[in-house]
Design a protein around this ligand. Structure first.
Ligand code: DGL
Length: 274
């Protein structure tokens, strides 16, 4: 670990999450940067990260970064708010000089948008308790009431492809209604799995509530970093996506295909079960 890598334009970009949630970020990257070669690692064999110990989550992130380094990735995207909240400082310290772009809850735009002065942050238990979220709130949401809301079970629903239906709607309503009752007029999707529940969340919240997903901003930041290091890919025909998973490839392949909108066969995550 710990060494700077040469940034080669046609090298791949590694994108990862505890499971399939980071596909909500991957689709934005694919849309904005279609010439890039992308590797998506779904650590579904270890999902959810949201209720594991911080040390466990960091070990998983380090393992995946080692695999990205081994295949020569020119940049990494942490498509997992939980990893960002718990470990981003340590990961960047281990890999200075490697662009590591990381998603985080959209607290800053939410604080600008709210008219009621109350915003809800929907996230995993670990993100709600993380130093990263505390830093974000202290820096960007002075004078605004921020209500972090853990949403246990939502990640598992998305991992199983249960994006709708009475039970999913009841789960969503349970967590969202108290935020609305407290006056929230902006809801932040603070976990990359949750954009796949967005139609249900918006239905429960109603049309007057703004629901924010930071994925487009993450893809823009990645584009900016690649431009800065003159390492953006140019050949549109070379852009593609390879999928890795630590979960059962057939089950995960089925769910990725559903969310990605085309048939996908993931390869086993390299490096064994470290
Ligand atoms: N999708 C991840 C996030 O953005 C992690 C969810 C989990 O595994 O608990 O936080």
């Amino acid at each position: 670990m710990g060494m700077a890598l040469p940034l080669v334009a046609n090298a791949p970009i590694g994108v990862f999450d505890s499971g399939v949630g980071g596909l909500s970020v991957l689709r934005e990257i694919r849309r904005q940067l279609p010439a890039e070669r992308l590797i998506y690692a779904a650590d579904s064999g270890h999902a959810p990260y949201g209720d594991k110990s911080p040390a466990y989550v960091q070990r998983r992130a380090e393992h995946i970064l080692r695999q990205f380094q081994r295949v020569g990735c020119k940049a990494v995207v942490v498509a997992c708010n939980t990893v960002t909240g718990l470990s981003i400082l340590a990961l960047r310290e281990q890999y200075p000089g490697w662009p590591i772009v990381a998603i985080e809850p959209a607290v800053k735009p939410a604080a600008t948008l709210t008219r009621s002065g109350v915003i809800g942050v929907l996230a995993t238990r670990n993100t709600v308790d993380s130093p990263g979220l505390a830093r974000l709130i202290a820096t960007h949401a002075a004078g605004v009431r921020v209500l972090p809301q853990a949403c246990p079970g939502w990640v598992e629903r998305v991992e199983h492809g249960e994006l709708d239906g009475a039970q999913t709607e009841a789960d969503v309503a349970n967590r969202v209604r108290p935020l609305l009752a407290a006056g929230a007029d902006v809801l932040v999707l603070g976990c990359t799995h949750y954009p796949f529940l967005r139609p249900v969340i918006q239905r429960v919240a109603g049309p007057d509530v703004t629901v924010l997903d930071p994925a487009p901003a993450v893809a823009r930041e990645l584009a900016r970093r690649l431009a800065q290091t003159s390492s953006a890919a140019q050949d549109l025909a070379a852009g593609d996506v390879t999928f890795w998973t630590s979960g059962d490839p057939s089950h995960v392949g089925h769910v990725i295909s559903l969310l990605w909108g085309q048939s996908v066969r993931p390869q086993p995550l390299p490096g064994g079960c470290a």
